[in-house]
Design a protein around this ligand. Sequence first.
Ligand SMILES: Cc1cc2nc3c(=O)[nH]c(=O)nc-3n(C[C@H](O)[C@H](O)[C@H](O)COP(=O)(O)O)c2cc1C
Length: 177
Amino acid sequence: MNVTDAINRRKSVRSYTGEAPSEAALDAILKAAEEAPVGMGHYQNYSLTVVTNEQVLDAIEKAGAAFFNNPGWHPLYGAPVLVVVSAKGPESRLSNATYSSAACIVQNMALEAVEQGVGCCHIWGAIAGLVQNPDLVARLGLPEGFVPCCAIALGMTSQAYEPREIDHGRIVTNRVE
Ligand SMILES: Cc1cc2nc3c(=O)[nH]c(=O)nc-3n(C[C@H](O)[C@H](O)[C@H](O)COP(=O)(O)O)c2cc1C
């Protein structure tokens, strides 16, 4: 698949079969994360945590649901894998560029997930709940001083990444000529 096709076909998958991606597919997705651009090239300020532990996934879902005051919500949609992108904190000093870099890392993983036929969804809501819960953050085993920024849910899905019709006026664009 070429890059243009992958960008067009990528979509947020919010329904998973429960089957995890193969190790080969997950490796390719993690490799794509490492190939993302980050501000100043400071790769040492970022970390990836692959969460497959069902109790931890469940706790993150509950933390996200509680944060949004929506106890019945499943903000990870039953995905069997969550890759959390963290950055060197403290949280109060994480800059716009840091969050943007974390988002670039997630988007690279999303595009590789399309290539691998693995369902994926950017996850920020549940992470907002996670960071409020230091005991749960501790279960991620992050390097000292790192703070979760965002994540991607991954898993097999019955949905297909088909070509999408996109309204190309949906982001206002002007030109200065
Ligand atoms: C920064 C960012 C945060 C997002 N956070 C969530 C999230 O927490 N949960 C969710 O279901 N989708 C989340 N999304 C997915 C968006 O809702 C989705 O990309 C958008 O509605 C467009 O739909 P599409 O991804 O299917 O093209 C997020 C997307 C981005 C870029």
